[in-house]
Design a protein around this ligand. Structure first.
Ligand SMILES: [Zn+2]
Ligand SMILES: [Zn+2]
Length: 355
């Protein structure tokens, strides 16, 4: 099969013939029809993700068809249209049995701990537990574009932030996951304030349902930006999502919360951002804030998300800005080197795997 192979961090990515994946017992091999390009791929490509070892094939936001079924698989058949969360649970440990596979101690992470979906084929372990059948109404590119972002945003807002209708939600960083969160928060009946440093991202945020937008470049620091957020949201947001994971967005999201506000950390901090100072007295203690981490979403929660789509409350096809070939992934990743320089707003999805 063809796959996009990484031989060195930050190095060129080459479309190359590699051996087909072997179908595991209890797992499947899928023919990949679409795969999203994500900021987490950029982390792997630059060598910031400790799980990725060379040579490597990235890609963790796939949609495709089941091509081969291993022994013991009952829930899916050859030809089924499927996706899977990027965190693949073992299905049998205590956390998986409680439907919390994103904290499974035995998890495989697609495109990180093993080879991913920037390839014509990919193996998925523990298929009965991890695979999700796609609704017929959902095309492959849109399903892949939803990828880790829409699912991550859904869990962050619904399961971790417990957002209620009428609440203010501030979303810091309007990349793929931030824009997904804006759409879902609006669909939940929340009022949304979007923060970014790119006017075109803020314009897309508004088009997807943000009620208010702030350009972080207009404020000297996170405290001043936080004050502006509190002024724009009747005293502060009830829930804040840091959808980027850098110290500036983490602090701004905390400073913009009202008393008893809930902060949900979506963006994965890397490099100098892994241990930012936390204003414990002024914010966490005095304003009684709470902090929640979140990562991915388990297969069992896709049903609730698809129900929102099928009810017409959410249209993730609006997120897909561009479809590309495998050979264009490297350029898409280089464009992510600095968030400010990223010209494109919206999600890029690989739909051509023959070049
Ligand atoms: Zn992703
Ligand atoms: Zn498990």
């Amino acid at each position: 099969m063809r796959a996009l192979v990484m031989e060195s961090f930050r190095g060129p990515l080459e479309v190359r013939l590699v051996p087909d994946p072997v179908c595991p017992d209890g797992g499947v091999v899928v023919a990949v029809e679409a795969c999203g390009v994500c900021r987490s791929d950029h982390h792997a490509w630059v060598g910031s993700d400790p799980d990725a070892t060379l040579p490597h094939v990235m890609g963790h936001e796939f949609a495709g068809r089941v091509l081969e079924v291993g022994t013991g698989v009952r829930a899916v058949s050859v030809g089924d249209r499927v996706t899977a969360p990027f965190v693949l649970g073992c299905g049998t440990c205590q956390d998986c049995r409680r439907n919390e596979p994103t904290i499974c101690n035995h998890q495989a992470v697609m495109g990180f701990t093993g080879w991913g979906a920037f390839a014509e084929r990919m193996a998925i372990p523990f298929a009965d537990f991890n695979l999700v059948r796609l609704p017929d109404s959902l095309d492959f590119a849109t399903a892949a574009g939803m990828g880790c972002r829409v699912t991550t945003a859904f869990r962050a807002l619904v399961d971790r932030g417990r957002v209620a209708a009428g609440e203010w939600v501030s979303i810091h960083g309007c990349g793929g996951v931030g824009l997904s969160a804006i759409m879902i928060a609006a669909a939940l009946g929340a009022r949304v304030l979007a923060v970014d440093v790119r006017p075109q991202a803020l314009a897309l945020a508004r088009a997807l349902g943000a009620n208010a937008c702030l350009d972080a470049r207009d404020y000297p620091d996170a405290v001043a930006l936080g004050e502006a957020i509190r002024a724009a949201t009747d005293g502060g947001s009830d829930v804040a999502l840091d959808a980027l994971g850098v110290t500036a967005t983490f602090h701004a999201s905390l400073y913009g919360l009202r008393k008893l506000g809930r902060q949900v950390q979506i963006g994965m901090p890397v490099g100098p951002h892994v241990a930012p100072p936390i204003p414990l007295l002024d914010l966490i203690y005095a304003r009684q804030l709470s902090l929640h981490g979140t990562r991915g979403m388990g297969a069992s929660r896709f049903g609730a998300l698809f129900a929102m789509l099928e009810a017409g409350r959410l249209d993730p096809s609006k997120l897909v800005a561009k479809t590309i070939a495998l050979s264009e992934v490297e350029a898409a990743l280089r464009a992510m080197d600095s968030p400010e320089a990223q010209a494109e707003a919206g999600v890029t999805v690989v739909t051509r795997f023959d070049s």
